[in-house]
Design a protein around this ligand. Structure first.
Ligand code: TYD
Length: 198
């Protein structure tokens, strides 16, 4: 099974990735966790370019995220799924659809078409969208921000709206979760939803 977490920076994705991995490992299944951008040597280089550089054009940004994703699927995600592991990824395709497709204005469909060949059409089985107010999310991130986190509140609002629209467009795959609650409570709800399909 391939599970992804999505949401704004500060929505608690990384925490929930770890908590879900722990809970699934408790059932005896192998779990591989990974993150985007990054997760491979090439992906970590691309992450540096994307998050620390400045003045990247929107399509270059989208293409670099897609390149890191292609490598991650090829090197980590596909082999793990072939070995019957549960794969949990902190961000994936929907991040590009929301951030580059909508907030950068490139178009969801065009960014999807850029990414599908890169990921060999490998979509997640389930995606949990951690929803949180954009102002609260920014407060949680604090002062040490990367290039994309430095975008203004309007950008974050656009990303939040984009995610909500994606959840409405792909209701079979994307499940919205109230991310404003205590982490343990959110983790319990998500594991409850996943357990039956393990
Ligand atoms: P992330 O790894 O969540 O940041 P952190 O390490 O600080 O938790 O993601 C870094 C930023 O990249 C984040 O602001 C979202 C952005 N991003 C995109 O714009 N498009 C994408 O496809 C991905 C994967 C991330």
């Amino acid at each position: 099974m391939f599970i992804t977490f999505e949401g704004l920076d500060g929505s608690g994705k990384s925490t929930q990735t770890e908590l879900l991995a722990e809970a699934i490992r408790g059932t005896g299944r192998d779990v591989v966790t990974t993150r985007e951008p990054g997760g491979t040597p090439l992906g970590e280089h691309v992450r540096e370019l994307l998050l620390n550089g400045d003045g990247i054009s929107a399509w270059a940004e989208a293409a670099l995220f897609a390149a890191a994703r292609a490598e991650l699927v090829d090197q980590v995600i596909a082999p793990a799924l072939e070995n019957e592991a549960v794969v949990i990824c902190d961000r994936y395709l929907d991040s590009s659809l929301a951030y580059q497709g909508v907030a950068r204005g490139l178009g969801v469909e065009r960014v999807l078409q850029l990414n599908l060949p890169a990921i060999g059409d490998r979509l997640p089985d389930r995606t949990f969208l951690l929803e949180i107010d954009p102002v609260e999310a920014a407060q949680r991130v604090g002062g040490n921000r990367d290039r994309i986190e430095q975008e203004d509140e309007g950008f974050r609002r656009e990303v939040a709206v984009a995610y909500r629209q994606l959840a409405e467009t792909f209701p079979q795959r994307i499940e919205a979760v109230d991310g404003s609650r205590p982490p343990a409570e959110i983790a319990k709800e998500i594991f409850g939803r996943v357990r039956e399909s393990l």
